[in-house]
Design a protein around this ligand. Structure first.
Ligand code: SF4
Ligand code: SF4
Length: 475
């Protein structure tokens, strides 16, 4: 994806035909982004600390002994901000996902890929953890390049082993963190403290996740954003000329030209001094001056690099900045476009529907169906009965004692088997019961019966079903 670059001085299509990190023969070009410093990098660093603390503390937060966040896709059990969602709540989760997607679309239409640069875990760990470790051990871009291209000396072996060991440690940490969100911190503690044979599946999960993270952060890196991430690929349809992105102000910057001493040149030049620093700091290896590109993760490194250059050459900062195509071309920024208003309405409708569903959701659920293939049973004691199946779901975290009663005089409930329906926390129960009536009291062949279900003395459901019996004992 690439938005059309309306910079009249550039071939608008030149950058579309290749990836900056892949050679023409398909081989990888290793990106060595130069260390960056500046306003945005500083605030991204602070923000990343906050996010890292939230991420790592998350699995330890419990409410009444239960996790605050759990995404157990294996057992289809989710706890989001303390609220439990069961497989029976799939419609709620679908709503939640829809809200999330519409929010992301709306956010992207207005603010471009701010998420990628500031909050995406891939960028967060890559740029704020692994990249920093790499700089600390191997040095800046040029030193890293020299080390990689140089012979295997004792120092190179030492630096590479140290870096990979530290990478492995952090990959293990992230692998365990992800597992804690999936199966809960207590389960992870159990897996870690027991021999692998005691919980082979959990152990394999931990090793697999840690291995994947090691692969991604030590080698795959920016390719995850460029090749794998579907969000990055959607930018082409999400962004428009009013979306705010990291952009190069080509109106101010072009024609670019280096500053030469004692240069006598009557032709006015743009503000870009063609130093290439914005390209050197880019973790995806692109040149932002070509326009908005799929590879740009809006990390702001080029903004900081260019601002530093502008200060040195005593020109105004912001040659690369957060801006929209229209704000550069036309000089004004329009935020509330028709598209934004449309998405906002859809988002509000979805949120309202979700809130209503949550507010009316019951913690206990009951389903009653007639026993298939049976109408009624005439009993020798002069009574007639109908058989029903009942399914009860306890979504709460406490045991629930459930009772059922008929609201129709003369029709009694007779439970089959154990009459004590006690549901353990977060369990499902399936049982059977009869509705029984004196034959001589049957007035109509099919009567509506209201059944009331209560737990711990409190009514939680009122279900209507049919009671069938021959009038006056006649078939
Ligand atoms: S172009 Fe700039 S904002 Fe985009 S990824 Fe490269 S350095 Fe980051
Ligand atoms: S850092 Fe700024 S001045 Fe240097 S090449 Fe990039 S846009 Fe031009």
């Amino acid at each position: 994806m690439a938005k059309k670059n309306s910079n009249p001085n550039l071939d608008p299509n030149a950058f579309r035909d290749s990836l900056a990190s892949v050679r023409e023969d398909g081989k990888r070009i290793w990106v060595y982004p130069k260390k960056v410093k500046g306003f945005f990098y500083r605030y991204r660093t602070y923000f990343s600390w906050i996010l890292l603390v939230i991420l790592f503390v998350g699995p330890f937060i419990k409410i009444d002994g239960r996790p605050y966040m759990l995404f157990n896709i294996f057992e289809r059990k989710f706890i989001i901000f303390g609220a439990a969602f069961w497989p029976q709540d799939t419609h709620l989760l679908i709503f939640l996902l829809l809200i999330f997607f519409v929010f992301i679309i709306l956010f992207t239409v207005v603010f471009g890929r701010v998420w990628c640069g500031w909050a995406c875990p891939q960028t967060l760990f890559m740029e704020m953890v692994f990249r920093k470790i790499e700089y600390a051990i191997e040095g800046d871009a040029n030193q890293q390049r020299a080390l990689n291209e140089g012979p295997w000396t004792g120092q190179k072996i030492w630096k590479k082993s140290l870096k990979l060991s530290v990478f492995a440690f952090f990959s293990l940490l992230i692998g365990h963190l992800v597992m804690a969100y999936l199966i809960g911190i207590d389960q992870v503690k159990e897996i870690v403290t027991q021999p692998p044979t005691e919980n082979m599946a959990g152990f394999i999960g931990l090793v697999a996740f840690s291995g994947i993270f090691m692969f991604v952060f030590a080698w795959f890196r920016e390719q995850a954003c460029i090749v794998v991430c579907p969000y990055g690929r959607l930018q082409g349809v999400l962004l428009d000329d009013n979306s705010i992105n990291v952009m190069y102000d080509y109106v101010r910057g072009e024609p670019r030209a280096p500053i030469r001493k004692n240069q006598v040149d009557a032709a006015p030049k743009g503000d870009c001094v063609d130093c290439g620093l914005c390209v050197q700091v880019c973790p995806t290896g692109i040149d932002i001056r070509n326009g908005t590109q799929m590879e740009c993760v809006n990390c702001t490194a080029c903004i900081d690099a260019c601002d530093e250059v502008m200060l040195k050459v005593e020109r105004p900062t912001g040659l690369i900045r957060y801006a929209s195509e229209n704000s550069i071309k036309e000089g004004f920024q329009k935020l509330f476009t028709g598209r934004v208003k449309g998405y906002t309405v859809v988002l509000l409708v979805l949120v309202a529907a979700f809130v209503t569903l949550i507010a009316t959701r019951s913690d206990l659920e009951a389903t009653i169906t007639r026993f298939p293939g049976m109408t009624y049973q005439a009993r020798p004691d002069g009574k007639v009965s109908n058989l029903y199946n009942i399914t009860l779901i306890n979504k709460t975290f406490e045991p629930q004692s459930v009772e059922i009663a008929s609201l129709i005089d003369g029709i009694e409930v007779e439970i089959v088997g154990d009459t004590n329906w006690v549901l353990e926390p977060q369990t499902k129960f399936e049982g059977r019961f009869f509705l029984v009536q004196e034959q001589e009291e049957v007035k109509i062949p099919q009567q509506k019966v209201h059944l009331v279900l209560s737990a711990e003395g409190e009514e939680f459901d009122d279900i209507e079903t049919n009671f069938m019996a021959p009038v006056g004992g006649k078939n």
